[in-house]
Each structure stands twice: as C-alpha cells, then as structure tokens.
Design a protein around this ligand. Structure first.
Ligand code: HEM
Length: 483
C-alpha cells in the first residue's frame, strides 16, 4: 500500500467533517434566516452563542444593552438554541395569551424528568385544561380562605424559634415555611407527620439534583435526585391507594382524585409533585426579598408595622381571635409592598416558549423550533411603564398598573394558579413578623446569588430582636413616600 492509499480515507473523512460543520453553521447562522427577516440581533459565537455573556454578566445589563441596540424584539442564541427575546407588554401578551397555541412551553428534558413529564407545565390542549381547572379551583380565594389559621400556625411555629438562633438564614427559613404551606395545600391536613417527613427528605434530594449538572452517574446529585424522584412516586402511589380505599381526601390531591378515572396515578403524582415544586422556591425567594427591602427602607417597614399593629390590636379587642381571610383583605399597604417586591425583584426574569411553526410576528418571522423568551424583568424595569424603576416605591401600586405590564405570575394560558396562595402566605407571615421582631442584615452586602432564582448573597443572613410597638396604628402610604 502506498502513502496515498493510506491518506485518502483520512482526507475524505476530514473533508466530510469540515463540510458538515460548514453546513451546520450556515444553517444556524447563515443566509436562510437572514432572507426571512428574523428579528435583528446577534447570534454570538458558533454553538455557544451568547450563553456565556448572559450568565457571566448582570442579566439586566445583558437585556437592556440589546434592547437599546435592537429594539423590543431581538434574536440571540443561548443554551444551544436560537431564540427571540421580547420586551414589550403587547408582544408578551401575544406569545403568552392571544396566540398561545403557536408557542408551546418548553423545558430542558432533565428538568421535565425531575418534576414529572405529566405535570401540567409541559402540556397544552385538553389535558392541560383539565388539570388547570382543578388546580385553579384548588387555590382560588374561596378554596384557600379557610386555610389562614393553618398558615398562621406554621408561621408562628417558625418565628418562635428565630429568637434562639444567633444568625437566621432568611432564605432557608422561608423555604421551610413555603414547603409546609405547599404540603398542606397539596395533601390537606390528613397525612401523618412521618409521611410528611419522608416526603420532605426525598424532596430535598430531588431539589439538589434539579439545580445540578444533569449527569446521571452514581454519586452525583443528579443521580440521587432521579432515585429520590422514583421513591417519591412510590410513596405517592401508596397515599393515593390509601385515599382511594378510604374515599376521603383534602387538598389538591383530593381534588385530583375526584376527577375519577380521567387521570392515571402517575399523572396525579406528577402534578402533586409539580405543584409543590412551583410553590416552594418561588414564594421563599420573594419572602426573602421582602425582608431585604423592608430592612433597607425603614420608613416602609414602619408603615407596614403600623398597619399590622392596627390589625393585631383589633384581634386583641375581639377576644384575642386569630387572623382571618377578611383581615388580610384590610392589609392594603402591605399588599402594595408585596406587589412592589414582586416587581422590583422579578424573580422569574423570563420564561421559555417554543414556536410550533414559522410564526409571522410583528413584521418578523420566528422560525419553527426557535425559543421565545418574554422578558418579565425588563418589562417591570422599563422606565416608560414604571417611572424610576430602580426605586423601591410601593405607592406606585396605589393606581393599578396598565394591563399586561405587571406579570410576576405570568400571563395567559400558563399563568400561575397559586398567586393568591403565595400572597396570602406573605401577608400572614408579615403580620406576625412585623408585630414581633426587628431584624438587622449581617454583612450588608448587596451581592445577588442565583440558585436558580436571584436571592441576596448567603440567603440574607439576619439577626433578630424582639420588638415592642411604639407606633401609631394607622399608617398612610404617604408616610414613607418622601423619606
Ligand atoms: C411568589 C410566588 C410565585 C411566583 C412568583 C410564581 C410565578 C409563576 C409564573 C411566572 C408562572 C408562569 C410560568 C410560565 O408562563 O411559563 C407560574 C406558573 C405556575 N405556578 Fe406559580 N408562582 C408562585 C407561587 C406559586 C404557588 C404558591 C403555586 C401553587 C400553589 C404555584 C403553582 C404554579 C403552577 C402549577 C404553574 C403552572 C401553570 C400552568 O402551566 O398552567 N405557583 N408561576
């Protein structure tokens, strides 16, 4: 054999690889999309696109630079996918509500596997509608108004321990609170403490793996999470069997079981676990930001404490009764503080959808398969919609925001069914917290960490001291406005 016959196959293979790479790159970044008027923007480097930029710099900066350069709709390439980012309320509404059938929800397969592929987040059409109706009904104001006493017990149990802890990690404590609330919402108050504890342990392993690299190799958090997910399914199946035979059941699980033969056990299990997932870190993160903003804005804290002290005294006068749903409706100022926290922290910076076909969109084409990201945070921080967006000013919510501009709970078909429960949890906890304690942030750093939601560094370590009220009880919004 001469040297040419040895090298020929090598050259052929190298040429084939080179041609495939060129074709791949041309398809991804080349002419076809340019001719079809996709939105303006940069696709960054081949394959990695702009992923490193998005995850290495402040996401606000990433979005606002591109928005200034290209306008409200621009293309990019992140996490291996071409995508279109949209930052106008009107365009976000089209994607999430008006033309939702053209934009399906999309999640990385590893996340889908963790939560459970039959959970409602991942679906559209009849199956999604059936589940959504039941979940919405389970968390509607009329369904949750009776749970104030239970929430109150959870809050009081948690807060009573804080005095004995030298440094409280706010985020970890809020996670305990949100988890307990999610558990009673999912199961009612029927399950034994041991069953709850067992679910909690498995859930903790699941969560660690959810936020880790998806490497299914023994010893990795992801592997442990997959095992925990299987064990959770078994436990839920046992609970379902028990409830079916006893013909009883409260919480979301009870309502899903009432759908009789319309759902399989694994569909029920995926949705119960999915809802606990959706309810847990989100609420805990927002609560952590609430404490941070109240700490940094003493006049707002004083106004909230005044409102809550007024309610506390009313309860005392009325025979030391517990808080009720109607009392929480009187917490107008505290509600505005929660709204401003949801806007300012915007913990879900954006969500993901995927175009199910080529879609004509505001003069552009969004090609089939491209991801579409409505940028909630950018909309909430637009100075045209929320003047001086960097200032924490709850009084801006004295006037309702323009429709479709305030979307902390999303919009349209997949909007959050747990928004009323989340707000109720926050009101109950703030009532007891602001009438009992004051807190000092340890370390005073303004750094943010992502895990995956943005939280103050270290989960906001605080030191708490008991608080004796010396405030006037009636607070007005204007008390803090110019301070
Ligand atoms: C402050 C806390 C919360 C925030 C900021 C929040 C935010 C959101 C957002 C933005 C979405 C829409 C995602 C999208 O369109 O892709 C969503 C969906 C969802 N949330 Fe929440 N959420 C919170 C608390 C809760 C709670 C307490 C529950 C359960 C009781 C819950 C259950 C769900 C479910 C099941 C969905 C999926 C709905 C669907 O796909 O149709 N969330 N949430």
């Amino acid at each position: 054999m001469d040297q040419y016959s040895i090298l020929f196959p090598v050259f052929t293979a190298a040429a084939a690889v080179a041609i495939s790479v060129v074709v791949f790159l041309w398809r991804q970044w080349g002419e076809p999309w340019r001719r079809r008027r996709v939105p303006p923007g940069s696709m960054g480097w081949p394959y990695i696109g702009e992923t490193l930029k998005l995850y290495s710099e402040d996401p606000n900066r990433f979005f606002s630079i591109r928005r200034k350069r290209y306008g409200n709709i621009f293309k990019s390439h992140i996490l291996g996918c071409p995508c279109v980012m949209i930052s106008s309320p009107e365009a976000a509404k089209i994607v999430l509500a008006n033309k939702a059938h053209l934009f399906k929800p999309t999640y990385p397969p590893s996340k889908e596997r963790m939560i459970g592929p039959e959970a409602l987040f991942f679906h559209q059409g009849n199956y999604h509608s059936l589940l959504k109706k039941t979940v919405v009904a389970s968390f509607s104001p009329s369904a949750i108004r009776g749970s104030v006493a239970a929430l109150q017990n959870i809050a009081l149990r948690l807060l009573s321990k804080w005095e004995r802890i030298n440094t409280v990690c706010t985020f970890q404590e809020m996670k305990k609170y949100a988890f307990e609330v999610a558990m009673i919402s999912a199961f009612g108050d029927e399950e034994e403490p041991e069953t709850r504890q067992g679910i909690r342990c498995l859930y903790e392993n699941l969560e660690k793996g959810y936020n880790s690299m998806p490497l299914n190799i023994p010893g990795t958090p992801f592997h442990r999470a997959i095992k925990a997910r299987k064990a959770l399914n078994c436990r839920l199946k046992k609970i379902i069997e028990k409830r079916r035979s006893a013909c009883r059941g409260g919480g979301l699980l009870g309502n899903l079981l009432n759908l009789q033969n319309q759902l399989t056990d694994s569909q029920i299990a995926d949705n119960v676990i999915g809802v606990i997932f959706a309810a847990h870190d989100t609420t805990a993160t927002v609560l952590t930001w609430l404490l941070k903003y109240l700490h940094d804005n003493p006049s707002v804290l004083q106004a909230v404490a005044g409102e809550q002290e007024g309610i506390r005294r009313k309860l005392q006068v009325e025979g030391n009764r517990g808080l009720t749903w109607d009392d929480t409706r009187d917490m107008l100022l505290t509600t505005r503080v929660i709204q401003e926290t949801l806007r300012s922290a915007s913990i879900l910076s954006f969500t993901f959808r995927e175009a199910v076909e080529d879609v004509e969109f505001q003069g552009y084409v969004i090609p089939k398969g491209w991801k579409v990201l409505p940028l909630f945070r950018t909309i909430h921080h637009s100075s045209d919609l929320f003047p001086q967006p960097h200032i924490f000013d709850p009084s801006r919510f004295e006037v309702p925001p323009r429709p479709n501009t305030f979307m902390p709970f999303g919009n349209g078909v997949h909007s959050c069914p747990g928004s009323d429960l989340a707000k109720l949890e926050m009101l109950v906890l703030l009532h007891h917290l602001t009438t009992t304690y004051r807190w000092r942030v340890v370390g005073e750093e303004d750094t943010i960490q992502y895990g995956p939601f943005p939280v103050p560094k270290g989960g906001l370590p605080i030191q708490v001291t008991p608080w004796k009220n010396t405030l006037p009880v009636v607070a007005s919004d204007h008390q803090y406005q110019n301070s």
